[in-house]
Design a protein around this ligand. Structure first.
Ligand code: NI
Length: 140
């Protein structure tokens, strides 16, 4: 029997949307006020969904404490109260919430082995959120 487990985490970070591949004018046209040179911050809500067989002995998909410890160490410590533009993760990628969501997915997919990662959802504001569930499986 397979079940899904979703867990929410909070962190705050700042960013400036600016692409080195575009002129200053193009950047302003593309990102608007999010291109403000001094950046701005968000209180992100991260939701991680994993799934797996419900273990007969424990009755759980995976131990929440293990997921919490992993997310704390590998995600929250890395991003909380950081300026995303200054991190190596975004040296070559604009720190949009789409890219941040995909980056967090990669970290969890690669590092958390105790359950299958289904998706990462990232709320940037009350009004918008992004989801990433990995690249589509190649067609056979
Ligand atoms: Ni923003």
């Amino acid at each position: 029997m397979k079940a899904h487990l979703s867990r929410r985490y909070l962190f705050s970070a700042s960013h400036r949307l600016h692409s080195d591949g575009m002129s200053d004018a193009e950047n302003r046209d593309t990102y608007g006020k999010c291109n403000n040179p001094f950046g701005h911050g968000h209180n992100y809500v991260l939701e991680v969904t994993v799934s797996g067989r419900v273990d007969e002995k424990t009755g759980m998909v995976c131990n929440l404490a293990d997921l919490d410890a992993f997310i704390e160490k590998e995600v929250l410590t890395r991003y909380d109260h950081e300026n995303l533009n200054c991190l190596r993760d975004f040296a070559h990628h604009v720190p949009t919430t789409e890219n941040l969501c995909m980056r967090i997915y990669e970290i969890v997919k690669r590092g958390f082995g105790l359950a299958h990662l289904d998706k990462v959802r990232l709320e940037e504001t009350m009004m918008n959120s992004f989801e990433y569930a990995g690249a589509a499986e190649p067609q056979r």
